[in-house]
Design a protein around this ligand. Sequence first.
Ligand code: BEZ
Ligand code: FE2
Length: 406
Amino acid sequence: MTIINPNYIYINGKFQENLAVAFDKKIKAIDTIENLQKNYPQATVEETKENSVLYPGFINTHVHLEFSANKTTLQYGSFMPWLDSVIKNREELMGACDNEMMMQECQNMMKSGITTFGAISSFGLELEVCTKTPQKVIFFNELIGSNPSIVDMLYGDFLERLDESKKYSNQGVTPAIAIHSPYSVHPIVLKRAINVAKTENLPITAHFLESQAERQWLEDDSGEFLPFFQKFFNSFKSVTKINEFLESFDDIPTHFVHVVQANNEELQYLAKKGHSIAHCPRSNRLLGCGRLPIETLIELNIPFTIATDGLSSNNSLNILEELRAGLMLHHLGSLEKLALLFIASITSKPAEVFALNSGKIEVGKDADFALVTLPAKPSSLESIALQTILHTKEVSNVWINGKKEI
Ligand code: BEZ
Ligand code: FE2
């Protein structure tokens, strides 16, 4: 048993003082240090520095490890030139990305406090790394393919990767499904994949309405996607419409990624059907996709997580850097309240969305923690989330299932 006695603990969306936590693999008790030491006299007491804040381990719901080799190769600023640059450089970037590089990025995530992440896997190349990294992984096997002549083959490949990932559920990998996007997945295989998710109760996610170009293509088969589909697929027409795609997920709560270009009606529909959103502020900015109106998400009570996306559309997988960027992007409303929502977006919210036994400091939850040390005493309890986001480049310690990893 271990006892940790930080200055502040993030419990139930607030910061509390004069409390300590006793844990082994799970959180056993939350009480004063005196009571815990009395009840667990054999426990080791962890030393913490002054101005320490204990958080549940952070959760990054959306990352593409397979693209970890990109630093300066891909073109930023606008979605279609970026996608063209991905297609042009894909082979080279994949070739340059090995297990060592992906493991290093898992470590980098951990230094920012990430104890669980959702890996979007296009090819299954990161599966081994995901079984070896100390973090827990929701392994989203991605389905892609709009061309009807090859979708069966691509669907078969997707099922094989899904089956392979199922073999590692005792090594911290939860098998799951990712739908690449409305424009790139044929409705026939989309329905099959959704049925698999429903019958096997697998987590499901999908990129949705990321760019203006995507919206235009889905709405009236025009815009920047038209020359793209003509060139690569000899196709002039989108395989689906926005509503048709959305309605396919009616009976399965889905974590939709980006959703920057959704209108109010579509956001209301997401709210009504119990869906949630992954928000990637830096990726949206770098690909010129616009700003997700998170004030509308808050108004409609749509649960949202904040995630890094991959290094194909970001300069780091550090979740606290992501939150800092988000704070600068979203200038409306109360800053301290937004910071609190952002902390929830990488702890309790993703845990609720994916039914994880983590993301909260509560008796019975997994002992996954990120310990942050502030540079000086915070002026109020209400300001701790904001000061954490502003000042933390790396966390001080990380525990996963009670094991100290950093
Ligand atoms: C497709 O298979 O339709 C597709 C793949 C990648 C990007 C866009 C479309
Ligand atoms: Fe993504």
